[in-house]
Design a protein around this ligand. Sequence first.
Ligand code: NAP
Length: 281
Amino acid sequence: MTAEVLNGTRLAQRIRSQIRKQLKELTFTPGLAVIQVGNDPASSLYIKHKQRDCAKVHIHSELHHLPADTSQQTLIHKIEVLNVRQDIHAILVQIPLPKHIDAQESVDSIAPHKDVDGLTALNLGNIFINRESVTPCTPAGIIRLIESADVPIQGKHAVCVGRSHLVGKPIGIMLLNRNATVTYCHSKTQNLAAVIKKADILVAAVGKPEFITAEMVKKNATVIDVGINNVNGKLVGDVKFDEVKEIAGYITPVPGGVGPLTRAMLLENTLKLAINNNSTL
Ligand code: NAP
């Protein structure tokens, strides 16, 4: 039987319309500041989408675009200025940053209560101790997709292929917090295919086009494809969709799966931070 496709675009639309409703109740406008350093074309596109999403739900967004040779000190100073602005409730530093900049040190200079992507050491640590508040947008979106399909997590074997701070590590811990049994795989994992085959829930965050093939996947598994790879101008995931969908129980497409949820979670996190920050002013 062919897998049920988890439609991220539709779910994201529903989330956006809930956010629009909640925003109507507010007496102030939430503000998101995005900082981009350099001109990475993929980053520029993602930021354009984020700004368009904000405009659609009437969240104020502003881009602080710094040149590629910006020093770490200047970047941190920019963040510190935004940290104390009362009209800015959420700050996002677009990753990747140029190589001369220490990404974690920069992100860590975001005030934790404005850390909209949940990537400061403090907020990542909160996931570790099962005190989830604002969680990184992509893992948060993955959980939402899984929950939207009523796929049970408790007691299931989740395999995360990839261990980045952005996706792999936090989604593994968030699944563990929901009582999954979690295995992490990475570039040094031995017998990778055999480990992946044990997954009831498989999260592929590798960044290699069509890396996961049908013979690696357990029958009826839930397959979450995080990968975004540009192959000859076409977006392709980390999962060989056409063949894996014949084995899996649920599967996310690329595009139209995790990507739209990541964007919706950015709006949701911005709203959450705005409400939290405003009530503590
Ligand atoms: P990343 O930082 O490059 O991490 C990739 C991970 O894959 C690493 O942990 C790496 O292992 C592992 N890996 C690489 N080759 C492997 C192999 N042959 N076997 C097993 N594991 C291997 O990437 P990321 O930031 O997590 O992103 C992953 C993908 O998701 C990318 O395509 C990215 O564009 C996409 N993405 C999508 C969204 C979205 O909203 N849809 C959001 C974020 C990222 P090591 O740790 O050993 O190097």
